[in-house]
Design a protein around this ligand. Structure first.
Ligand SMILES: NC(=O)C1=CN([C@@H]2O[C@H](COP(=O)(O)OP(=O)(O)OC[C@H]3O[C@@H](n4cnc5c(N)ncnc54)[C@H](O)[C@@H]3O)[C@@H](O)[C@H]2O)C=CC1
Ligand SMILES: O=C(O)C(=O)COP(=O)(O)O
Length: 604
């Protein structure tokens, strides 16, 4: 959180210039061509909900997409219908850093490093990285998230191609196809030298039983192999369904005749095959790698090949691509190497291009990407149900933070979700992100979205804890109410402090519209549209009329009024929904009404 002083300043300036708030529904609507959002607008909520992508330039400017590696024509066509497309291949890291400040999105394959410097050089303009393929180890995800940049990939279109290449390498290696071909081309006829080994009946260990691994397993079964797999996260029933037994890492590598690698490169899988693990393998084991070079300690593999522990290896991927000309592994006579061709079929490249173009265009249009790598992925049906609660969440955050007295410093926020749904049936990540957005944006210049919400909160020292109240009754709607409490702060509207000492606001969705239903200990009911004036007053007849006529005289349209009181003729809180910003004079007049003890104007 910013220092108290700067927080005070920002809160004040927010209140003075509320119409500049990016998240105000009206401003978003009028700037809809300039700002894109993460959720597809529904029929009911035709306004964008979650701003992920902020396109720069003039209101009607098309976004610019940099395509940094060759992409299939069908994908390019889709992109060109929506954006200015700059196809610039083989950029040096410096050239990429220079170009990126002019781009809203970039599309890469495995050959381009989207490093922290790239995000830093973008000056905040880059909002989407599209990886036209699966592996995102060439994208600095932490940096992307910190910069609020969405990363999407194309996780399915090249699965079969990668699996087929794995099988091609497996068979080619077992039968020395590449070596024999080179020998024939060199004018030799070495039939005895290239006697191979059979696949049928051999044990294949598939390391990583995901999309590619399971397709490799299926095909290897068809070749008559005995297939086992190691994958700590794969469901056993999915493996069983295709006749594959999931086993421990050690069991896989010690019993296999062939090992095929299909896990992502992560800190855990980096050099997962190394001197120690090679030492445990069956002598004469054969290894296929179409995953990532980094999952093998390449020097250790050279040693294992030289020692005859590993009889052969077939490698499509390398730690450094392209590998240096003197790479011992590539030059090893028992190694078959291909230049990262796993995804390179005509069909896969067309498919990947379309998949990534759709994802990038969708993200630039403001839809929640189904293949987001660094943001919550919410299934469409869940999303449509949650939409009004998403709006409610942001507005509650926005209201709660405006109730904090200057200089208090917001550090601890508690969110309570009351629902008849089982906790597992309610994904609150989207709601938490929106509450965070609502809390942070009014008091800072930071642009918060689904991607960077948790990071931004953490960076500002804002601790958001979540609690569920499981209600009895029908779980038809996902939530009964959401409560946002800010602890250890003073409030500029003392009545917002609950009995337990926190600023408390609570809201519900009624007929699809978010409502504010509690402030502190007072029950109110005002729809969360436009802005709100909260007044604490001595409960007495005529108050609604008095305040209503002050606003009427100032031509401020009142959309809603509600009074929550402790007991008749005692204190009450009146919540007034207004469409327009009342003038200072109108607010002054309200403050002068003798029965009004305190009041606050809150911009939603
Ligand atoms: N050579 C090429 O051109 C291509 C390479 N790939 C690479 O293949 C790999 C797999 O891709 P997909 O199957 O699409 O991904 P996926 O995400 O569907 O599958 C990866 C699997 O690895 C498992 N895994 C994670 N950590 C593991 C560990 N420590 N030990 C064992 N398993 C572990 C996961 O649970 C998951 O089931 C990726 O690295 C991808 O980049 C994918 C396509 C083409
Ligand atoms: O999709 C993947 O993970 C791949 O490795 C494919 O890489 P490529 O797009 O062919 O550079």
């Amino acid at each position: 959180m910013a220092t108290s002083a700067s927080q005070t300043l920002r809160t004040t300036s927010f209140l003075k210039t509320p119409s500049l708030s990016l998240s105000s529904s009206s401003s978003r609507q009028s700037l809809s061509s300039a700002f894109s959002v993460a959720l597809r607008p529904s029929r009911r909520f035709s306004k964008p909900l979650v701003v992920i992508v902020k396109a720069s330039g003039s209101l009607d400017a098309k976004p610019t997409v940099l395509v940094a590696e060759k992409l299939g024509e069908a994908g390019l066509k889709l992109l060109k219908e929506f954006a200015n497309v700059d196809c610039s291949y083989n950029l040096s890291p410096e050239e990429l850093c220079t170009k990126i400040s002019l781009c809203d999105a970039i599309i890469v394959r495995s050959g381009t490093k989207v490093s922290r410097e790239v995000f830093e050089s973008s000056g905040g303009r880059l909002k989407v990285v599209g990886r036209a393929g699966v592996g995102i180890d060439n994208v600095d995800l932490a940096a992307a998230t910190e910069h609020g940049c969405l990363v999407v990939n194309a996780p399915t279109a090249n699965t079969v191609a990668a699996a087929e290449h794995g099988i091609a390498l497996l068979a080619a290696m077992a039968r020395n196809v590449a070596q024999a071909d080179a020998s024939v081309k060199a004018g030799k006829w070495q039939r005895n030298k290239y006697v191979g080994v059979s696949l049928v009946g051999k044990t294949l260990a598939v390391m990583g039983f995901g999309k590619v691994g399971s397709e490799v397993a299926r095909r290897a079964k068809g070749l008559g192999m005995h297939v086992i797999s190691h994958d700590p996260y794969a469901p056993a029933d999915r493996a069983r369904a295709i006749g594959v037994e999931l086993v421990s890492f050690d069991q896989a590598i010690t019993t296999a005749d062939f090992i095929s690698l299909h896990m992502p490169l992560t800190p855990t899988t980096s050099k997962i095959l190394n001197d120690d693990t090679f030492a445990k393998m069956k002598k004469g084991v054969r290894i296929v790698n179409v995953a990532r070079g980094g999952v093998i300690d390449e020097d250790a593999l050279v040693r294992a090949l030289d020692a005859g522990i590993v009889a052969q290896a077939a490698l499509d991927v390398f730690t450094k691509e392209p590998p240096p000309a003197d790479n011992k592994l590539v030059l090893h006579e028992n190694v078959t190497a291909t230049p990262h061709l796993g995804a390179s079929t005509m069909e896969a490249q067309e498919g990947v291009a379309i998949e990534i173009a759709e994802a990038v265009v969708g993200a630039l249009r403001g839809e929640l990407a189904a293949t987001a790598v660094n943001a919550p992925m919410v299934p469409a049906e869940v999303l449509s149900e949650l939409k009004p609660y998403v709006i409610l969440a942001e507005k509650l955050g926005r209201l709660a933070v405006q109730l904090v007295a200057g200089g208090s410093g917001v550090k601890t926020v508690k969110v309570t979700y009351a629902s008849a749904r089982a906790p597992d049936d309610l994904d609150t990540r989207l709601l938490r992100a929106m509450i965070t957005k609502g809390i942070i944006e009014p008091i800072s210049s930071v642009f918060v979205n689904l991607v960077n919400a948790d990071f931004t909160a953490k960076q500002r020292g804002l601790r958001i804890s979540e609690e569920r109240i499981v209600l009895d009754g029908s779980p038809e709607s996902p939530l009964d109410f959401i409560q946002v409490q800010i602890a250890n702060v003073e409030s500029k509207f003392a009545s917002a402090i609950s009995e337990s000492g926190e600023i408390k606001v609570e809201g519900r969705v009624k007929d699809g519209i978010p409502h504010l239903t509690r402030v502190g200990s007072f029950e109110v009911d005002v729809s969360l549209e436009g802005s709100i004036i909260l007044c604490r007053q001595v409960d007495q007849p005529g108050m609604i009329g008095t305040v209503g006529s002050i606003l009427g005289e100032e031509n401020v349209n009142v959309s809603f009024m509600s009074v929550g009181r402790i007991a008749p003729r005692k204190q009450a809180v009146m919540a007034i929904g207004v469409d327009d910003q009342p003038s200072k004079q109108a607010l002054k007049k309200i403050g002068e009404v003798s029965a009004i003890e305190e009041f606050v104007f809150l911009k939603l």
